[in-house]
Ligand binder design. Sequence first.
Ligand SMILES: [Zn+2]
Length: 354
Amino acid sequence: MDNLDFFEILDEFAAQPGLWLYPAIVPAPKGYVDRIMADGEVTVGEIFTEMIPPEQPEPPEPASALIITKEGMYEEIVMGSRRGGIRWDEPLIVQVCCWPYEDGSGTEVSFSLRQRGAPHTTPWLHMRTLYPSDAVRTAQLNTKQVYAPYLPPTQAQRLWTLLDTAASIHGHRPRQPFTRHPEDAELEALVSQGPRAECVACGSTAVIFVAPQAYQCYNCGHEGGEGFDDYRERQERQQYAQMPLPVRRTLTLKDLRSAYDDITSASQESDWRFPSDRDLNPKPVGFEASRTMLSRYKTFEAIGAAMNKTPEYNQLLQPLLDFKPKCIGSNRAKEMADMIKDVYDRIKADHRDH
Ligand SMILES: [Zn+2]
């Protein structure tokens, strides 16, 4: 453990271009090489065949960088944007969580940072690292997996000293995550668990999972994975949950209004029917037909959006969504429009009463 104080560490960090953050932690080949070279005479060939088994994944490319200056710190994403800045001279919230691996091979420790009193819309600055399980105070930390890029474990102690001091100066003493300070060699041998992905849009491996099955590419910005829509919806629901009901109700009424407009514009082309799988010779789908289809899909998107805003009315809204197969595949748009209007009127009446 070094005894550098806050300003010394800050000076050191500020002199560097930044700390790389990675999509995964894999054993650092350089660390192994250094260690073995120090132990005695071995050839480079021996090191690579012995220490880096062929199935070991390539070290990932960095996803982003933590830029640390004398004023503060922020995450710079490779595609050029910044995220979640903090300042050292203002009160800081530092949340520390841990996520022990079941097999005991390590524990993820995450740091989430935000300026005290920042508006709700300000994003947190999240990062995590990986430590030997017996070096983490798991009993005193919240257990939660935070999906964020990894800071190399060998850098974690110095960064922690910085965060701890910066928060403490303003009177907030964060929970202490570490019980001991392992040697670099021990830290370099750790391997993170969880999926690694390649961006389907650009092929980059600078891909961070933001939730199970949902990832974001830090290289091109592509968001994907089977769970991404769910993740986005959860985020949206959390945002709306902070707004008072009358405001959300107004937004829901607006959604229903546009759902109604879409479905009624679609229902005018009443002769058209979407070709089902059973149609051996489906009619070619012309311009009008695709326009109709699009309007119908937009209708259901708007209903889904309304449900995220006012879960209080899901009992009324869900039947509309359940009607989707009947409405999309066949020609019951008029019926659908009537149902939407009915729900709209009921929510509107509620709105006037309260
Ligand atoms: Zn990409």
